[in-house]
Write a new protein. Structure first.
Length: 198
């Protein structure tokens, strides 16, 4: 078995924000392979997040972020279970980072169900016209539309987007890391993005 040094545990903690014991366990399970240990902790965080999903969330913050000298702003509501977690730096930083991410990417919704039906219909029509120009049969055209629509939803839904400060992870992955770190369920409830002149 590979030797796990304190320096390795410290490095993994810095990369993931996980607890010391969790980092030791991950390195042990993954034969001291740092990248595998990071994935191990992310999967564990996801499992923990799913276990907590049913718990009530009545605390949290409304975070505002103003950009471009007051020409664009975002308000986001992020909820958690207790006032204690709502006051932690990890939680506040998460809310602020999500507001900044929304400012940068302008998502159409948090999850696919939030995307307006008229926007989806318009995209489908564009994809259909593009696919029909290729002269392919209708059954193939439908598959092309499905594929392009899935990619579109990945690009416009907040939870599916690559997180702007670390494109290696999605916003959902980042949320799960914070859930694992705080020990509470956290949800991005709603947001509004304002741009001068829009």
């Amino acid at each position: 078995m590979a030797e796990i040094s304190a320096a390795m545990v410290k490095q993994l903690r810095e990369r993931t924000g996980a607890g010391i014991m969790d980092c030791k366990e991950a390195l042990g399970e993954c034969g001291a392979d740092m990248d595998k240990a990071v994935d191990f902790l992310r999967k564990k965080g996801l499992a923990t997040a799913q276990k907590r999903a049913g718990r009530a969330m009545s605390e949290g913050v409304i975070e505002a972020y103003i950009h471009m000298g007051g020409k664009m702003g975002v308000m986001v509501e992020v909820n958690c279970e207790t006032d204690f977690v709502a006051k932690t730096d990890d939680f506040k930083t998460f809310a602020r980072n999500i507001a900044m991410h929304i400012a940068a990417t302008n998502p159409a919704g948090i999850v696919p169900d939030d995307v307006p039906a008229d926007l989806l219909a318009r995209e489908k029509e564009i994809y259909r016209a593009q696919a029909l120009e290729t002269g392919k049969p209708e059954s193939v055209v439908e598959k092309i539309i499905e594929g392009k629509l899935a990619k579109f939803l990945k690009d416009v839904c907040l939870m599916n987007q690559a997180y702007v400060k670390n494109p290696e992870v999605t916003v959902a992955d980042y949320l799960n890391e914070v859930i694992a770190k705080t020990g509470e369920n956290i949800v991005i409830k709603r947001f509004a993005r304002f741009q001068l002149g829009e």
